[in-house]
Write a protein that binds this ligand. Structure first.
Ligand code: DAT
Ligand code: MG
Length: 159
């Protein structure tokens, strides 16, 4: 799988709080409306092994056990979105971690009030995005197809 140019990819998780609150469609719709291409999507129940790797940068934090319990409390929707500079674009769409002070207009800013129940995960760098996509998806689960709207989403020299 390519991870450069318009084929840059990022991992997004719709977290358990959003599943419980019926926000899957709202959240998926925001990425669609931005002009991003969905190349993988599935419902998953996360386990300690996967969460230990996914949140390894937080393993020494006091809140790590409750973070893992929260992420196991319902299934999540895992998605891979593709586009030019998509890692940056998706992080901006999501807003900062502490949802109650996230910028209005962002997903967290509009839909959440909590630090931990902040409705989405998004990869934070191109390097981590590639690792996370490969951690959550097999090659077979990542799809390649032409999106007709691309000629209206991007200029000729961006595609
Ligand atoms: P982000 O999800 O914005 O990339 P992160 O990688 O620093 O943020 O943390 C991952 C998740 O861990 C975050 O979405 C919610 C939880 N978390 C982070 N800091 C926390 C804190 N101080 N208290 C409780 N949960 C926290
Ligand atoms: Mg993070």
């Amino acid at each position: 799988m390519e991870f450069d140019g318009v084929r840059e990819k990022t991992l997004v998780l719709v977290k358990p709080d959003a599943i419980q609150r019926g926000l899957i469609g709202e959240i998926v719709g925001r990425f669609e409306r931005k002009g991003l291409k969905l190349v993988g999507i599935k419902m998953m129940s996360l386990d300690d092994e996967l969460l230990g790797k996914h949140y390894s940068h937080l393993a020494d934090k006091d809140f790590f056990p409750s973070l893992k319990n929260f992420m196991k409390s319902s299934p999540v929707i895992a998605m891979v979105w593709e586009g030019l500079e998509v890692v940056t674009a998706v992080r901006l769409l999501c807003g900062i971690t502490k949802a109650r002070t996230a910028e209005a207009g962002s997903i967290r800013g509009d839909l959440a009030m909590s630090v931990s129940c902040n409705v989405v995960h998004a990869s934070d760098s191109v390097e981590n995005a590639e690792k996370e996509v490969n951690r959550f998806f097999t090659e077979d689960e990542l799809h390649r197809y032409n999106k007709a709207e691309y000629e209206h989403v991007y200029a000729d020299d961006e595609r």
